[in-house]
Design a protein around this ligand. Structure first.
Ligand code: PLP
Length: 397
């Protein structure tokens, strides 16, 4: 066959989340959207801050149109990178220079670029912590490396440090940490992060090589009740941060984010050049120009995280009262609920009969759970509660 079968496989087999989303649309056409409780997709439900929309209008009205719509430098506009570097330094005190910031089309691009920049051979391995964002497998394999999955601590879904240590070997190239986590909503504690970084230092020394930490942080700002998310550059020098404004400013369709290379990393300037080379080889050219400028002008803008917190509280408090088990999430907008039977797919089907659409999570590296994405209107959450209760009763809860 005259085309790439691996790519054909990725294109022809839709992710389960997309599959459910499509079903949701057709079901809504049949019975009315208000009767379908779709918790499948991680699309922010809170609008982008008014500042962001005002700034877009202002840019269009006041800036030179040719420049505004033109290519920027491949690594991103110099002023935009300076604003971002200053903001990172103000918040986390890492002393990063704008020359270590690379603007991207969101976290998916950031991850693909970092992996491409680091992976050298097909023997290289990248460790991820279950439960994990399923696209990691695609990005890691596309960079030519192998995915290695570390299983979590059972009750808390924090990283199981002993399990993690046992997965590291001379081929370990990188480790991806995602906190707040998709799909669990768990924020890794400072103690967990310190333990993880200690192991990384020990193993790097033991194998005489650099092991890189990739911090995937699209949910950094979505945390509740003042929970702190440790900034990984402050704990481990060989860190690359993959940031995105998809969730923090509710701009997932606009494709804007960045990579920050830790200034304390060995050889950080050359790693940055490898990042630039990877972006080039993947054909990214530059991140969207208008949105680079929007970010520079709205660097302190915030979405209404309280709306997500209300949904989290409503769902967590009621679902646990109905007999469901889940870890109380401190961030992101996901609840990771233990299925009421062993097979998460069967449970998903039974939930579907109550018009509840959740995502079975076997592909996220943990069997027997479903993900409830509560980035939706509060009215939808309230409407779904009786259905969740009826579903639990079916299982004699
Ligand atoms: N990483 C995680 C953990 C995610 O949940 C997502 C999107 O849902 C991404 C990366 C990709 O985000 P972006 O829209 O910034 O590419």
């Amino acid at each position: 066959m005259g085309y790439n079968q691996k790519m054909y496989g990725l294109g022809s087999k839709r992710s389960i989340i997309r599959e459910i989303f499509e079903y949701s649309k057709s079901r809504a056409a049949e019975i009315g959207a208000e009767n379908v409780y779709d918790f499948s997709l991680g699309n922010p439900s809170v609008p982008a801050p008014a500042d962001v929309n005002d700034t877009i209008r202002e840019l269009l009205d006041t800036e030179n149109s040719v420049l505004l719509h033109g290519y920027t430098s491949a690594q991103g506009d110099a002023n935009v990178r300076k604003v971002i570097a200053d903001n990172i330094n103000e918040r986390f005190g890492v002393g990063i220079s704008p020359n270590l910031i690379y603007m991207t089309c969101g976290a998916a691009a950031s991850l693909s670029i970092c992996l491409k920049a680091l992976v050298e051979s097909g023997d290289d391995e990248c460790i991820v912590f279950a439960p994990f964002f399923t696209e990691y497998r695609v990005f890691i394999e596309n960079a030519g490396a192998k995915i290695v999955i570390s299983t979590p601590a059972e009750k808390t879904l924090q990283i199981d440090l002993a399990d993690f240590e046992s997965r590291i070997n001379e081929n370990t190239k990188a480790v991806i940490v995602n906190s707040p986590n998709n799909p669990s909503g768990v924020v890794y504690t400072e103690e967990t992060i310190k333990g993880l970084c200690e192991i990384l230092r020990k193993k790097s020394h033991e194998y005489g090589k650099d092991i890189y930490l990739i911090a995937d942080e699209p949910y950094r700002e979505l945390v509740y009740s003042g929970v702190e998310v440790p900034y990984l550059m402050n704990y481990y020098d060989n860190t690359l941060v993959c940031y995105s404004y998809s969730k923090s400013l509710s701009l997932p369709g606009e494709r804007i984010g960045y990579i920050a290379v830790c200034p304390k990393m060995n050889d950080c300037e050359n790693i940055y050049l490898a990042v630039c080379g990877a972006g080039r080889s993947l054909g990214y050219v530059c991140a969207p120009s208008i949105f680079q400028h929007v970010i520079a002008r709205c660097i302190n803008a915030k979405v209404n995280v309280e709306a997500y917190k209300e949904n989290r509280d409503l769902l967590y408090d009621n679902l646990t009262a109905y007999g469901y088990e889940c870890v109380k999430p401190d961030g992101a907008f996901y609840l990771f609920v233990k299925a009421l039977e062993e097979d998460a797919y069967k449970f998903y089907e039974r939930a579907k009969a109550h018009e509840i659409l959740v995502v079975p999570c076997d592909d996220f590296g943990v069997k027997g759970y479903v993900r409830v994405a509560y980035c939706t209107d509060k009215s939808k959450v309230l409407g779904a509660l009786p259905a969740f209760e009826a579903l639990a009763k079916e299982y004699n809860k």
